[in-house]
Design a protein around this ligand. Structure first.
Ligand SMILES: Nc1ncnc2c1ncn2[C@@H]1O[C@H](COP(=O)(O)OP(=O)(O)OP(=O)(O)O)[C@@H](O)[C@H]1O
Ligand SMILES: [Mg+2]
Length: 242
């Protein structure tokens, strides 16, 4: 049963030349989709449009069957769509704990401590960093913080842009199992944009490949992992039509 459903979605900056054109994307409960594509394909534009940061140029988006108002980030969050942007968007002058507390603002008071404890459990590396300014912790810790902050908002759909940007593979490998675990235990649907194709396909159920603003193809992650040449052909525009 799909949680996120985007239909005939046009996205971009100018309605006379959308960056992303007429795409259909659905993601099931507990499913992890790796959104792959070359630079400039429109991955960030798509995620920003789904999360209401960019106005939608056309098409419909729904979460659990409920339409999401276009171009309204608060409405998207209320609907359960939460974005971890490629720049992480942390409050760098606030401590890690203060950043997390911003995400648990809607919790009942008794649940706040449990939420913060949950963040430490997901990412033990954050435990000793809670009183340190977010701008002063390592890049890996910043990404963990950004993901923990997003997860504490209990998203139905988590969108993550450039998970591994600037991070050592060992850090990424410690983050991915957390995503897998949350998808399995909470049923969170996850869309992951990740340049490190191998890592992405390892954790994902399905790959969706975006080229020049169109979905070139989609397939099970294991299928693509076994034939990475298919990705190269799609990027180069030499793939045979399906
Ligand atoms: N602020 C902007 N104004 C106008 N056009 C933009 C803007 N940001 C991006 N674009 C254009 O939109 C297209 C898609 O960019 P987008 O950032 O969505 O791609 P991407 O797939 O995320 O690429 P990358 O892998 O480099 O992050 C590109 O042609 C880009 O030049
Ligand atoms: Mg991008």
């Amino acid at each position: 049963m799909s949680v996120l459903q985007a239909t005939a979605l046009d996205a971009g900056y100018r309605s006379d030349s959308p960056v992303v054109r007429g795409i259909d994307l659905s993601v099931d409960r507990g499913e992890i989709v790796a959104l792959l594509g070359p630079n400039g394909a429109g991955k960030t534009t798509l995620l920003e449009t789904l999360s209401g940061l960019l106005p939608r140029l056309g098409g419909a988006v729904s979460v659990d069957g409920n339409p999401v108002r276009p171009g309204d980030p608060r409405a998207a969050v209320r609907a359960g769509l939460v974005l971890v942007p490629d720049d992480r968007a942390l409050f760098r002058g606030l401590t890690c704990e203060q950043n997390l507390r911003l995400a648990v603002g809607s919790y009942r008071r008794a649940d706040v401590a449990a939420g913060l404890a949950q963040a430490r459990e997901w990412f033990p590396a954050l435990d000793k960093r809670m009183k340190v300014a977010a701008g002063q912790v390592s890049g890996g810790e910043q990404q963990m913080l950004a993901i923990a902050r997003a997860l504490l908002q209990r998203p139905k759909v988590l969108l993550i842009d450039e998970l591994s940007m600037g991070l050592a593979p060992v850090i990424v490998e410690s983050i991915l199992p957390v995503l897998r675990g949350v998808a399995a235990s909470e049923g969170t649907a996850i869309v992951l944009v990740e340049q490190h194709v191998r890592l992405a396909l390892d954790v994902a159920d399905r790959a969706v490949v975006l080229v020049h603003g169109n979905i070139a193809f989609e397939c099970p992650a294991t299928e693509l992992a076994a034939d990475l040449g298919r990705l190269e052909s799609a990027y180069l525009g030499t793939s045979a039509p399906a």
